[in-house]
Design a protein around this ligand. Structure first.
Ligand code: ADP
Ligand code: MG
Length: 256
């Protein structure tokens, strides 16, 4: 007897987004299963960041449906299923996002950076939030830096703190937008290793990356974004090794 596949954690239908007359997302459909690691590749300007930002609703899509954790939203402003402000806030707190620029607060300590949202948004006590934060800092090897300013840390260390800060919210889904692109080459691996260990533990992840070896080794699926659409998708062995479309072939050629 075949076992039913688990229901997707995230289901997106016909996600669209324009800035003025520029159509940036032209109808994206995507389902992500729990524990899946999906890499997004594609040329600059193809809509990758806009797509991630629309998923955690920092900048909600103009149109499209999204199912996530029992919610079923319709991003058409006229729809009665458009999320309320409270729902948008809840959505953002359930989906962690890490950016190329680490965006840590420079005037807070490392620890204060990590406990801020769990206390402010989740209502955790300082003791509770600190316990979680200390465990995360220990895990990323930066417990001894907990009382330091982020400005004293290397870029790779700051990015690991930014990941810990997102994890402190206990997200069900993590989004990573070119998180190693701003790092010196020798600092890239420590961040990729942390992301690989999260993937190993079953964290569901969607990441935009130019690290093709990471996309190949860690992700279960690769999406090639092409001018606001998914041009090609499949397992890394197919998309990265045997691309079908001339545009993907050209893209891979240009970056390898
Ligand atoms: P990528 O991450 O793939 O490089 P982006 O999603 O950042 O692409 O951008 C896709 C297109 O949308 C680009 O042409 C960019 O200039 C445009 N764009 C992104 N954000 C905005 C914005 N807030 N206002 C106007 N145009 C934007
Ligand atoms: Mg981008």
């Amino acid at each position: 007897m075949t076992q039913d596949a688990p229901p997707p954690l995230l289901k997106l239908r016909d996600i669209r987004k324009s800035f003025g007359t520029l159509d940036v997302l032209k109808g994206i459909d995507l389902e992500v299963a729990p524990g899946e690691v999906v890499s997004i590749i594609g040329a600059s300007g193809s809509g990758k960041s806009t797509f991630l930002r629309s998923i955690n609703a920092i900048e909600p899509a103009d149109k499209g449906r999204m199912e996530f954790e029992g919610w079923d939203f319709d991003f058409d402003r006229d729809s009665r299923f458009f999320p309320t402000d409270r729902q948008l806030q809840a959505l953002r707190s359930r989906i962690g996002m890490v950016f190329q620029s680490y965006n840590l607060w420079p005037h807070k300590t490392v620890l204060q950076n990590v406990i801020h949202a769990p206390m402010g948004v989740l209502g955790q006590s300082r003791t509770e939030a600190t316990e979680v934060a200390d465990a995360l800092l220990d895990r990323i090897g930066l417990y001894d830096k907990r009382d330091a300013s982020p400005l004293r840390l290397s870029g790779g260390q700051q990015q690991r703190v930014a990941i810990a800060r997102a994890l402190a919210m206990k997200p069900r889904l993590m989004l990573f937008d070119e998180v190693t692109s701003a790092l010196d080459p020798e600092l890239v691996n420590e961040v990729l290793q942390l992301m690989a260990s999260l993937a190993d533990e079953g964290m569901t992840m969607l990441l935009v990356t130019h690290e093709m070896s990471f996309a190949r080794d860690v992700s279960s699926r690769v999406l090639f974004f092409d001018q606001g659409e998914i041009g090609e998708e499949g397992p890394p062995s197919k998309v990265l090794r045997a691309p079908e479309s001339p545009r993907l072939q050209q893209f891979l050629h240009s970056i390898l």
